[in-house]
Design a protein around this ligand. Sequence first.
Ligand SMILES: Nc1nc2c(ncn2[C@@H]2O[C@H](COP(=O)(O)OP(=O)(O)O)[C@@H](O)[C@H]2O)c(=O)[nH]1
Ligand SMILES: [Mg+2]
Length: 365
Amino acid sequence: MIDVNGSNGRGDRPRLVVIIPAYNEEPTVGRAVAEVPRELPGVGGVEVLVVDDGSRDRTAEAAMAAGADAVIRLRQNAGLTRAFATGLQAAVERGADIVVNTDADCQYDGREIADLIAPILAGEADLVSGDRQVTKLDHMARSKQYGNRFGSWMLRFAAGSTLQDASSGFRAFTRECALRLNPTIGNTYTHQTIVQAVHAGMVVREVPVSFRQSAREGGHSRLISSVAGHIVRSAVTIMRTLVAYRPLAVLGTTGLILLALAALVGLIPLSDVITTGDTSGHLQALITTVALSIAGLVLLLFGFLADAVSANRRVTEELLYRVRKEQAGRIEAAGAEGETSVSGRISDREAPVLIGSGSRSGPFG
Ligand SMILES: Nc1nc2c(ncn2[C@@H]2O[C@H](COP(=O)(O)OP(=O)(O)O)[C@@H](O)[C@H]2O)c(=O)[nH]1
Ligand SMILES: [Mg+2]
């Protein structure tokens, strides 16, 4: 049973923090902030936290003017993955029982946050992702739709995901899930965090959501400049993530397949030797067998090595989880006693939170 109140022990209605990573979004971030409903059934309080990722325009000021509870401003552009990680940690430090992420270009409809968090409130999920049903979207290019479906399929095939739309940015997380995620690679966190959530035993669900045209002038994506390039980058991210989390499944299985192929090809000269006693010829088959065997063995070996590294990662991640949980609880308690004053202002940060390193002087200090 998933207990959305369980982690902070308050026992009252869960608190929601909506994070909005934004990079040069002055014209649209205000609307994205204003669209977040401030009262939701079953929720004790709603806060909006914007992570301004080193914008060169007045994104932070626009967000505050529109009613954001706080803005974390990173001095340099660190990319969406690290901005998102910073937002996740800051949200739990603010006492979030549920964290929702939405985009600053208003593609997601804030009114649908209620639908997004419903499975969490019902205790049925740790991570809920908004399914944009991309094949029904006229404003999304076909190539982008195919790329999206391919990435989602890869994660279903190889990572135990059940999601139809694995790259949606409209997501809700329990506090526990937020503490378990460590997005580190790629220019977007979406694929890696699904693998991490599944790996950590989180219950992942999907609900249908609408996906509007970007409110940004020109409507172009900041993340995806070329669809082909994006597909390649996503495939690399997915492979890196899978090798990190399921090394034996990926490298070991591939190695075994190559060894089986080597054996098959090797049968050709072998059967000749057995039936006719002829040991000449078949040079190509022999070279292929040797090459496949070496490649298979190397992959198998790398699989075992990566598995040993992965065992270390499991321990490190468990430690990181405990440290982050403790740290978030401490900072939240200090905030409740008025020791840190972070609401209603823009706080500058030299660098994004490196998950686990956190902040020493307060949530945004
Ligand atoms: N922090 C950060 N956010 C970014 C960056 N690029 C895009 N974003 C934000 O990520 C969200 C999604 O970006 P967008 O360009 O709309 O990509 P889309 O998912 O292809 O529509 C928006 O809220 C952007 O402001 C970046 O470099 N850093
Ligand atoms: Mg967008």
